[in-house]
Design a protein around this ligand. Structure first.
Ligand SMILES: Cc1ncc(COP(=O)(O)O)c(C=O)c1O
Length: 380
């Protein structure tokens, strides 16, 4: 189905055939690697996408009460819900515990205050291994003075006390990376945990390796599966979880937009679109130039693609096309399945994109469409 067949733009389309390719990799990791895989729904919580992922994973990982509740709604009794957050409000813990099988605590004070309120959920401690390879500190969970997780020296000092408490941790969680294609830091992190907390992996029932890794074509997962094999050989009762988000859904999602104006500036021709960085906030956050399917490096016609908001920096970079763009030309941004809709907003009163599913037959199914009433409900 080509973009021109879409009824209206802007629209985000989730392609089930692409999603299925990633889910096959997940199945291999679970079956051959012995890993338990949770999908981190913060990347994309479109319920129909969650329903398609659910049968292929052990459950979902959530970062708030709402994500945990939606996870439970979609999974019913058919999967685990794990929650990790630096900010549990005491008033929401009781409800959270009804939805979550595992609750991971982020600091020793939070653990000691909130673990008694976690009902029948299993309690985990998020540690911060202070080891990562993330260049941008804004996205580095292990940045100096990070708020995310208990450092290993702090953990070592408190471990015996926590284990003797009425609600000892029965799992360790960490999440240390972002868009990494190299799984080898996981080995070093596990070594650090075993050195700082000798015997801890025998005391707990599970270890959660977090997400932040890409399972792309050509990425060597043998380091991950080898590590899990080694852990399970030494600790046969230890369940090892992996909770990827972006890598499962990103390539399945594309955003189709239309050109609404074209004009010249001193140095470049500008094409204004009916989308904006409102719909892909990471383009602005990371100052990324997104991938546009219709663009071609050898094209004779260059445009600066601009979003339609009042923000001067609402731009998608310069792209070349083999044909001139006209009012109504449709452009497709690829790789927007993760974090785009999750972070999208209505700044300037611009509507959110409609959401479609592309079935393997090519048919497009409309899942969500927003209008003035949705905008109004937020303010009135
Ligand atoms: C605790 C935790 N787990 C999993 C993820 C998923 O990461 P990604 O989408 O990069 O795989 C995140 C992302 O921020 C996270 O904070």
């Amino acid at each position: 189905m080509d973009a021109a067949a879409l009824p209206a733009t802007p629209a985000v389309i989730y392609d089930l055939a692409v999603l299925e390719e990633r889910l096959q990799q997940v199945r291999r990791l679970r079956v051959q690697g012995g890993l338990k895989v949770l999908y981190s729904i913060k990347a994309c919580a479109v319920a129909e996408v969650l329903r398609r992922i659910a049968p292929h994973v052990d459950g979902f990982s959530a970062s708030s009460l709402f994500e945990a509740r939606l996870s439970r709604e979609v999974l019913g009794g058919g999967g685990e819900v794990h929650v990790t957050s630096p900010a549990y409000a005491p008033a929401e813990l009781e409800e959270l515990a009804r939805h979550a099988d595992h609750i991971n605590f982020n600091s020793i004070p939070q653990y000691e205050r909130c673990a008694p309120l976690a009902g029948g959920s299993r309690r985990g401690l998020r540690i911060n291994p202070q080891y990562s390879q993330v260049a941008d500190p804004r996205y580095d969970p292990c940045r100096p003075d990070s708020k995310l997780g208990v450092t290993l020296p702090q953990c070592a000092a408190a471990w015996a006390r926590l284990m003797k408490s009425a609600h000892p941790p029965d799992g360790i969680h960490f999440h240390s990376h972002c868009e990494s294609r190299d799984f080898s830091p996981l080995r070093e992190i596990v070594r650090r945990i075993e050195t700082a907390l000798p015997g801890a992996l025998r005391q707990v029932r599970w270890l959660n390796l977090g997400g932040g890794y890409l399972l792309e074509e050509g990425v060597d997962v043998s380091v991950l599966t080898g590590l899990v094999g080694d852990l399970k050989h030494r600790h046969p009762d230890l369940a090892v979880y992996f909770e990827p988000g972006k890598t499962l859904v990103n390539e399945a999602g594309s955003l189709v937009a239309s050109v609404v104006d074209v004009f010249d500036r001193e140095d470049v021709r500008i094409a204004v679109l009916d989308t904006s960085v409102n719909h892909q906030p990471e383009v602005f956050e990371y100052q990324r130039t997104p991938y546009v399917r219709e663009a071609t490096a050898a094209g004779a016609h260059e445009y600066l693609l601009a979003g339609g908001t009042c923000l001067a920096g609402d731009l998608f970079g310069r792209h070349r096309f083999s044909e001139p763009l006209k009012i109504g030309s449709r452009l497709t941004f690829r790789g927007v399945g993760a974090y785009a809709l999750a972070k999208a907003h209505r700044f300037n009163g611009h509507n959110l994109p409609a959401i479609y599913l592309r079935l393997p037959s090519g048919e497009l199914r409309l899942l969500k469409q927003y209008g003035y009433e949705d905008y109004r409900r937020r303010w009135c």
